[in-house]
Design a protein around this ligand. Structure first.
Ligand code: FAD
Length: 285
């Protein structure tokens, strides 16, 4: 039973996110990371998609490998950016052939240089419709607790998310550090009549420059209490410890508040995710 919708119906899920490797060395690292994290028995893992890039086949290669050679349930990310309907139809046929049952339908990151993007899809909702009508996949969508940076208002952000969640099986959120952002999002979806699972995405901070860059791109804020704690750290090891402690507390609080699962952004490293799991292990079961 590989569908994430079924797994979420049975209880809360644990999942890990990876990105596809670009070099042989990175592929070996991912292989080791997946093998190590597989011992934590995730309900599924997801593999990101390089929107607009020339390396899109890599996501298919990784999920195909997972399907064939591991016991892990993979979900392939898929984005609108630059795709024709014909491209997407061909990709979905390939995913069906390899036995992939889960797709995350996304808008996709726009090119950093601001260059225009061609393609048949404008919003994730359009792609979601095409994936969902095949009836062959459990489909998820992205949610942005602190509102997507391109949304003109909170109300419009929530209205478009609710539209997606009327069709999709579940959402996975962008990362956030204050639980209030997540709880407010869940309440706002309930007010729209949506009770589909919204799985929080957890990003441990292990590198201050990197997290600031990601937060600026995604519309998430790195709160003052966290930057103050990190600024007081005097070594990379201490920053790593703070990152793990903060993420572990957020996970524990989210589960206590009734979150339907935890989705961990691993950045293809096993050690940090493993340490967080160790901290929260007994809360998960
Ligand atoms: P959309 O739902 O299309 O929303 C984008 C903006 O358009 C929002 O402001 C929304 O409110 C607005 N909007 C939606 N519908 C309408 C409408 N009908 N009219 C007017 N406005 C509308 N990016 C990648 O490139 N590859 C990945 O693998 C990837 N994985 C991700 C995984 C997760 C869990 C998350 C949270 C994000 C991920 N992203 C990824 C980033 C994501 O693609 C970007 O944040 C993107 O800019 C928005 O994606 P979306 O699916 O929310 O888009």
């Amino acid at each position: 039973m590989g569908r994430i919708s079924h797994k979420l119906a049975l209880g809360r899920t644990l999942s890990f996110e990876f990105f596809p490797p670009k070099t042989t060395a990175a592929a070996l690292t991912l292989g080791r990371t997946v093998a190590e994290l597989a011992t934590l028995q995730p309900d599924f893992v997801s593999v990101t998609y390089g929107a607009g890039g020339s390396d899109r086949h890599r996501t298919g290669d990784v999920v195909g490998w997972m399907r064939k050679d591991t016991a892990i349930e993979p979900m392939a990310h898929l984005t609108c950016v630059g795709h024709t309907r014909t491209d997407v139809a061909a990709l979905l046929v390939e995913y069906r052939r390899t036995g992939v049952e889960n797709i995350l339908a996304l808008g996709g990151d726009l090119p950093a240089d601001g260059s225009p993007v061609a393609g048949d899809y404008r919003y994730a909702l359009d792609l979601l419709n095409d994936v969902a009508t095949t009836g062959c996949f459990s489909v998820g969508v992205a949610a942005h607790p602190e509102v997507h940076p391109r949304s003109p208002s909170r109300a419009s952000d929530r209205r478009h998310l609710a539209e997606k969640l009327r069709i999709a099986d579940f959402a996975i959120t962008q990362f956030f550090f204050d639980i209030e952002h997540y709880l407010r999002l869940v309440d706002e979806m309930a007010a729209e009549g949506i009770d589909k699972p919204i799985v929080p995405g957890i990003m441990p901070v292990t590198n201050v420059a990197q997290i600031s860059r990601m937060a600026a791109m995604s519309g998430a804020a790195v709160p003052r209490w966290l930057t103050d704690r990190l600024a007081a750290a005097d070594s990379p090891a201490e920053i790593r410890k703070i990152g793990i402690d903060v993420a572990s507390k957020l996970c524990t609080d989210l589960l206590a508040a009734g979150a339907p699962g935890l989705h961990m952004y691993t950045l293809n490293r096993a050690d940090v995710t493993r340490d967080i799991h160790l901290n929260i292990g007994s809360v998960l079961v």
